[in-house]
Design a protein around this ligand. Structure first.
Ligand code: AGP
Length: 607
């Protein structure tokens, strides 16, 4: 839930840290800070609020000047966002930044107080670690770090500087992701590659239980036992442009526009001779045939992609699919057998609850398949099989292109599984695959509907509350439409199965309340239209998203968004676009911070 950076090299360290933090602000934006060696002394600058508040503060009061240091942007977990709770935190000779949670910090604090260490300024778990490092520091940083690592519990990554080790940065990974960038004569640490892509594409992935030492522009590694570790240098497969807004006003709208390419890049390498082929992901036809039950477990948007997956896999492959929220699944003692498949979907590959589910499922002996966007992330590395989505870096907190590529993978998987199980013919599998290959073009056309969505969004900005309704795949899709809208527009929104409304929820309808009906499933159109009529008759302002051939009495809709038609089963990939655009423009019209909605962070690495 936060971003760590560090730098050692010839450049102005404060500038590098701020620039890298800008790319990590999506991970948390309650406060920010840096610590830099200036003339051999650690100088700290920190502030609550956005990174821009820290920059403004440094412009006024002066920035630390030096060539080595660490920095941090954070989503508050312990204590309210305030200057004093901002990272970096210091002991007498040690300053640290921290991503994650220290579970036993209260016990450690008690231990330190019992040993006359009472100078705590903040409410954070991080300061306790800084004090513990200082308590054990005997002039040997690695020995001290190792000792502390054996005492603290939790999931975390740390950036550390010792006052008597100028121009040197130490980094530790225990669960929370951390990479070490290497450029000529300079080295970096960061929670994510886009933070340093401006400076270098070469990086090492720090593994669980490893410590990195950045000194004189070079890097060395050891494990928690102090043994030296040799690591493979990796090269990022994207460049600075992909991590920039590229002329768009917000990352979210840029990412909406990137969807056709993202889908193409994700599906093309997995289609061979007109048929899906997931063998490069370690998934054979034999494996696909062997599963009796499938569980899809994820959080938020990724879980919504799983809902679409359920409909499609069950319909085509005739396998029972249960979709679960990761934070529920992990505590409900699920019934799992060794011939079950558990699919974990995650953009970041680091979501704490999804990661916990993966560990639980592995203990129970079921097979795991990860569908993940971030290469080398924990979930991707720990699952039995992995399908990488190729959306490129997704920066906006509200997920768009990651969801779209997750859908495309759900389809590929459903098609191949159905064919492998003999539930569809080769001809049908080819036809479906070929339809899927056409989706990038259709998505492109749907993005062209921006103007209409922009106009309709002006009708939503005064609403306190609204409903998204749909049936079948449209219901699965409306869950995502509703989440997207509420997370960035701050308008209360719920998604409902259209047929369920009359069992209670319809009592919420008042004059002018917006109801957005997703009606792309031709086979269910008549039924959905009846439900739209029911809410319209009670005063709702109805907005209907349907295909451009749908025939119904236009009077039921106050506003219509007609999208290009493709096969009914694939319509979610098209219909999701207007829902994203409605959310985006409503948020823009309300003057909200579209890319960094309040109280949220991109990567949820705490429970
Ligand atoms: C999406 O708009 C959300 N911000 C959020 O629901 C997100 O999808 C969820 O936190 C899961 O993240 P993951 O895909 O990285 O696991």
């Amino acid at each position: 839930m936060c971003g760590i950076v560090g730098y050692v090299g010839p450049r102005d360290c404060s500038d590098v840290l701020v620039s890298a933090l800008t790319k990590l602000e999506y991970r948390g934006y309650d406060y920010a800070g840096i610590a830099v060696f200036e003339n051999g002394k650690i100088e700290v600058a920190k502030s609550k609020g956005r990174l821009s508040d820290l920059v403004a503060k440094m412009e006024k009061e002066g920035k630390p000047k030096g060539h080595a240091g660490i920095g941090h942007t954070r989503w508050a977990t312990h204590g309210e966002p305030s200057d004093v709770n901002s990272h970096p935190h210091s002991g007498r000779r040690v300053t640290i930044v921290h991503n994650g949670i220290i579970e036993n910090y209260k016990d450690i604090k008690k231990f330190l107080i019992e040993n006359d260490r009472t100078e705590f300024l903040s409410d954070t778990d991080t300061e306790v670690v800084a004090q513990l490092l200082d308590f054990y520091y005997d002039g040997n940083p690695i020995r001290c770090i190792r000792k502390v690592l054996h005492e603290i519990r939790g999931s975390f990554a740390l950036g550390i500087v010792f006052a008597d080790r100028p121009e040197t940065v130490y980094a530790v990974r225990c669960e929370s992701p951390l990479i070490v960038g290497q450029g000529p004569g300079e080295a970096f640490i960061a929670s994510d590659v886009p933070a340093i892509i401006k400076y270098t594409k070469d990086y090492y992935l720090l593994e669980y239980g490893e410590i990195a030492v950045l000194k004189n522009g070079s890097v060395s590694f050891c494990d928690f036992h102090g043994r030296m570790v040799e690591k493979e240098l990796k090269t990022a497969d994207f460049d600075e442009d992909s991590a920039e807004k590229g002329g768009f006003e917000h990352f979210m709208i840029k990412e909406i526009h990137e969807q056709p390419t993202a889908v193409k890049t994700t599906i093309t390498p997995r289609i061979e001779d007109g048929l899906p082929n997931l063998s490069e992901c370690g998934i054979t036809k034999e494996t696909l045939k062997s599963f009796n039950n499938i569980f899809i477990v994820a959080c938020g948007t990724a879980m919504h992609a799983g809902m679409v997956g359920k409909y499609v896999i069950e319909k085509l492959a005739r396998v029972s699919v249960t979709v679960d929220i990761a934070s529920e699944f992990r505590y409900r003692d699920p019934l799992l057998n060794t011939d079950d498949l558990v699919i974990i979907i995650s953009q970041s590959g680091e979501t704490a609850d999804s990661k916990a589910v993966l560990n639980l499922v592995k203990e129970k002996g079921a097979k795991t398949l990860a569908i993940v966007n971030v290469k080398g992330s924990s979930i991707a590395r720990e699952a039995d099989m992995v399908i990488y989505t190729h959306a490129g870096p997704e920066i906006a907190v509200a997920s768009t292109k990651a969801y779209m590529v997750q859908l495309s993978v759900m389809y590929l998987l459903a098609f191949e599984m159905a064919f492998a199980k003999g539930k569809i013919t080769e001809e049908k599998c080819r036809r479906l695959t070929s339809e899927l290959q056409k989706t990038p073009e259709v998505i492109e056309k749907a993005i062209g509907l921006s103007y209409n969505c922009q106009y309709i969004s002006t009708k939503l900005i005064t609403a306190d509350s609204l409903l998204y309704i749909g049936r079948g795949l449209d219901y699965a899709l409306s869950m995502e439409g509703s989440l997207k809208l509420k997370e960035i527009s701050y308008i209360h929104s719920e998604s409902y199965a259209a047929g369920e409304l009359k069992h209670g929820t319809i009592s919420l309808i008042t004059e002018g309340m917006p109801v957005i009906a997703v009606a792309t499933q031709t086979s269910l159109l008549e039924k959905t239209i009846s439900n739209i009529k029911e809410v319209k008759a009670r005063g709702a302002m109805t907005i209907v998203i349907c295909d451009d051939e749908a025939e119904f009495d236009d009077e039921v809709a106050d506003h219509i968004i007609r999208i290009p038609k493709i096969s009914e089963m694939l319509m979610p990939m098209v219909a999701t676009v207007p829902m994203q655009l409605l959310a985006y423009y409503t948020s823009v019209n309300k003057g909200n911070d579209v890319d960094k909605p309040r109280n949220l962070a991109k990567s949820v690495t705490v429970e």
